[in-house]
Structure formats: C-alpha cells, structure tokens
Design a protein around this ligand. Structure first.
Ligand code: DX5
Ligand code: ZN
Length: 215
C-alpha cells in the first residue's frame, strides 16, 4: 500500500479547479506540482501563480518538485504559494545541506530528488536530514515518458541504506508510473507513487488512483 501523488502537470490547465476538485474527492494523498524552468530541464511548465491557484482549491498537501536551477531563490515564494513539501534536485544544489536547512526553517518538509544517472550513494551524508528522497524514473522535463527499468535496483539500494541506518525519510518515485510497475516499486520500498499521465489520461481517474493505492 503506497501513498499517491497525482501530478497536476497532466491536468487540463483550462479546467484546473475541476481537476483539483477531482483529486480532492479521490484517494490521493498529495498533489504533485512540477515546476520546470527551461534551464535545469528543457521544458517550462508553470510557476508561482499556477501553484497558488492549485493551492486555493486543494484539500490535499502540495508536494512541490522544483526542477529549477538555484532553487534557493524561490523556496520562500513556493512555501507562500502553498507548498507543504519542497523537493530540490541534488544536481542543482552545490550547497545541498544549506538548502535543506532553509526548507526546514520555512516550515516545509524537505525533499531531495535524483536524476536517473545519479547514484543514491551521493546522498549518504544528507539522508538523516531529509523527509523525502525522490527517485526520478524518467529524465525530468516531460510527462508521459517511458519508465527506466534501472529504477528498481536504485530503490533497493536506497531502501537498504534506510534500513541499515534507521532513517525515516519516505521514498518517492516519479515518471512513467503505472499499474504494471507500481506493485514492484512498492515491493522494493517505495512509499509514494507520483503518476501524471496514467491518472489523467485514464477513463476513470478516481478508480485509477484507488487502484494505484492498493498496488
Ligand atoms: C517529470 C515530472 C513528473 C511527471 C510525471 O519531469 O517530474 O512528475 O509529471 O508524469 P508521468 O506520470 O506522465 O510520467
Ligand atoms: Zn515530478
């Protein structure tokens, strides 16, 4: 049984209130908010005003995934725009410890994300300080991409570190999640499944979320 964080990136932006209300009525545990700057990743998604608009209608905590360079510049603004959790990329943070402390000081849950090529071992000195580790199972930048199979062994390595040292962070996986890979991911130790296109392009998103939850 995992927690589910549907990604609002795959919603209909012309009907954002309707889609947020659908998520409110669903078994989703969070709303995943993907922020892309066109620099750290090749795509631009949306920024603060859209995050605020989602927050205005959301009854679930916002899990904000910052795919941006120098995220420290915007932590406070995204906290004010409704973020309950703020996840930054390891690859974008030369002073990751400082950034994580900053997120804590703002009163948000700190998370760190890893691109597919980045080994989990690079986080060994920070794992005790984070609430969440987000493992990217696609290269960040776009919804609807194909799940990278190497993710399973990465999750297993991270779960082994978690058990060895008794850490309490949650493991989240993001990209190409569906009902085929979800049960295997949960078995390896994933606590939170992010799903964008699989939820929003399904005929019955409420049922899809419920099915993912019991996977
Ligand atoms: C990708 C984003 C993901 C994306 C997931 O860069 O971080 O959160 O929205 O979308 P799907 O589930 O369609 O791969
Ligand atoms: Zn994401």
């Amino acid at each position: 049984m995992a927690e589910i964080a549907p990604s609002i990136l795959a919603a209909d932006f012309a009907n954002i209130q309707r889609d947020v209300e659908m998520l409110n009525a669903s078994q989703a545990d969070y709303i995943h908010v993907d922020i892309m700057d066109g620099m750290f990743v090749p795509n631009i998604s949306f920024g603060l005003p859209v995050c605020e608009a989602v927050y205005k209608h959301a009854k679930k905590p916002l899990d904000v995934h910052l795919m941006i360079e120098q995220p420290d510049r915007y932590l406070e603004a995204f906290k004010k725009a409704g973020a309950a959790g703020l996840t930054v990329h390891y690859e974008a943070c030369p002073h990751l410890h400082r950034t994580i402390q900053h997120i804590k000081e703002l009163g948000a849950l700190p998370g760190v994300a890893l691109n597919p090529h980045t080994p989990v071992e690079v986080l060994s000195e920070i794992l005790g300080d984070v609430s969440l580790v987000l493992i990217m199972s696609v290269n960040p930048g776009f919804g609807g991409q194909k799940f990278i199979q190497n993710t399973y062994q990465k999750i297993a390595k991270l779960q082994a570190l978690k058990e060895k040292f008794g850490y309490t962070f949650k493991i989240e996986v993001d990209g190409g999640v569906n009902l085929d890979n979800a049960p295997l991911l949960v078995k390896e130790g994933v606590n939170i499944l992010v799903a964008g296109s699989f939820v929003f392009s399904s005929d019955n998103p409420l049922k899809t979320i419920a099915d993912l939850k019991t996977s």
